[in-house]
Design a protein around this ligand. Structure first.
Ligand code: TGC
Ligand code: FAD
Length: 404
């Protein structure tokens, strides 16, 4: 083993020398504001996430203090108007923020994208003025943490079958049921919960920590997204004030609109994870000597690196166009599915190839590869599995739903 090279690489990882590939000069298509936002989030990630993330992940520790820090840098609700504490930014800025945070860790991006797209977005889009004023500024600043409860133990890919329900008791609603696999839930102050009324119509309710009968047990034993906290939401005769119902929209379309925004963020985030794996693989391949030369000098390594760069570049172009469509209010659910599905799959394949390039070192926490790879196994499942997105595309192409 060339110990000198290994030590050098470890040092490089600790210092976080990450540089993003921009093979097609896509930066030329970004505004100065986009680039400024990206570099400020990148600096934040290099200072506040990458030096600690391997330790957090190893200990399955959610660094709660990151919530306030994310609030301070504007990572929560970047597209929400400034009057409610949001950033008032466009969707490309939002995408770049998610990309940079997930370059650090998918679990950290989860915390940010759930808060912005799945908690602040529904309150902004479907909430009353009182709800917006009460919750959005505190969620934006990180004073409050939120979570989004759609998935149930028996209803994952098929949320329309949900059994969580609420009854109108005159002066309040009575909520019963359970949600599982909920990011942020063990630490959340508020949960946006999707439940059926007595007619079986889905509505969103804001459930607040401290309401009697509401608990959030943590899910343990995850080998993926270990620095993100995941749990259940359990509702046992919870009295929810009537003013906590989101009045603006009902039906499955309401949570689906939130998912459109969050899936878009994931499509960008996945590029971040892929770029981190690629960057580490390029550096390692130039430094690691075998058979008397850097392993980057072998054709098989070059094939891996060339294919990684090709896929990252294609995904970058895809996202930029999707971001433009989002900014124009034209992005469709199927277009978002295509990007989420393609980019997460691409990132997972790149993580696996990068792991190969790092040889045995690739399985250690000295490099970010194995953590990204394990994280991406969740990312390819949540917010619609890889196959559900394929079926969404299939329905768009043929007009025939093949979900059941
Ligand atoms: P379907 O018949 O297609 O639609 C039912 C109603 O909803 C409407 N709708 C939409 N409206 C607006 N925007 C969208 N994107 C919409 N998608 C659907 C639709 O028009 C219809 O309305 P109406 O008025 O006619 O009733 O519904 P379906 O039951 O056949 O389901 C379709 C399917 C399977 C695609 C959908 O259920 C699905 O996407 N399943 C995947 C579930 C999922 O993605 N769960 C995510 C949970 S949250 C999460 O994972 C967070 S992880 C976050 C992190 O940590 O980062
Ligand atoms: P299932 O729906 O049981 O699917 C199992 C397999 O069957 C998959 O391969 C799927 O593609 C396949 N399948 C299902 N239906 C079909 C079909 N019609 N045709 C072909 N194949 C099909 N949910 C939330 O609401 N909020 C959160 O914050 C949240 N965070 C999460 C965090 C983590 C770490 C994880 C792992 C999940 C999270 N989820 C969250 C839940 C996530 O959205 C679900 O796991 C996901 O939607 C899939 O549901 P499921 O796990 O029940 O799998």
């Amino acid at each position: 083993m060339n110990t000198e090279t290994t030590a050098e690489n470890k040092k490089a990882v600790k210092q976080d020398l990450f540089e993003s590939p921009d093979f097609y000069n896509i930066d030329d298509l970004l505004t100065e504001e986009h680039k400024l936002i990206r570099s400020s989030i990148r600096d934040f990630v290099k200072k506040e996430i990458t030096p600690y993330i391997e330790d957090w992940a190893e200990r399955a520790h959610f660094p709660y203090e990151i919530v306030k820090k994310f609030g301070d840098i504007g990572a929560f609700g970047p597209t929400i108007p400034e009057e409610y504490g949001g950033g008032g930014l466009d969707y490309i800025s939002y995408g770049l923020i998610m990309q940079e945070i997930e370059r650090g860790d998918s679990g950290m991006r989860s915390t940010a994208s759930v808060q912005g797209s799945l908690v602040m977005y529904p309150i902004y889009k479907f909430g009353s003025e009182e709800q917006k004023k009460k919750f959005l500024p505190k969620l934006a600043s990180g004073e409050m943490l939120g979570c989004f409860g759609l998935t149930e133990p028996d209803h994952g890919s098929n949320p329309s079958g949900m059994v969580t329900n609420f009854k109108d008791m005159g002066d309040h609603y009575l909520l019963n049921g359970a949600k599982m696999w909920i990011s942020n839930s063990p630490k959340a102050d508020v949960a946006v919960v999707w439940a059926k009324n007595e007619e079986g119509r889905i509505h969103g309710l804001i459930v607040e920590r401290g309401m009697e009968g509401f608990t959030t047990p943590e899910t343990h034993g995850k080998w993926s997204l270990r620095a993100s906290t995941t749990g259940e939401l359990v509702f046992n005769d919870v009295k929810v004030p009537k003013e906590n119902l989101l009045p603006g929209k009902s039906g499955l379309g309401a949570p689906m609109m939130c998912l459109d925004s969050a899936r878009y963020g994931i499509a960008w985030g996945a590029i971040g994870a892929a770029m981190d794996c690629y960057d580490s693989a390029v550096r390692y391949s130039k430094e690691r000597i075998q058979f008397g030369k850097p392993i980057g000098g072998f054709q098989l390594t070059q094939k891996k690196l060339s294919e990684m760069l090709t896929e990252i570049t294609k995904a970058q172009l895809l996202n930029l166009r999707l971001g433009q469509l989002f900014n124009e209010g034209k992005a469709t659910t199927a277009q978002i599915s295509l990007a989420k599905r393609n980019n997460v799959d691409m990132a997972l394949k790149i993580a696996r190839e990068a792991r190969q390039i790092h040889g045995g070192m690739g399985i250690t926490g000295d490099y970010p590869i194995m953590r990204h790879m394990a994280n991406l196994e969740s990312v390819i499942t949540y917010e619609g599995t890889h196959d559900i997105h394929l079926l969404i595309l299939g329905k768009e192409i043929t007009g025939i739903p093949a979900f059941e």
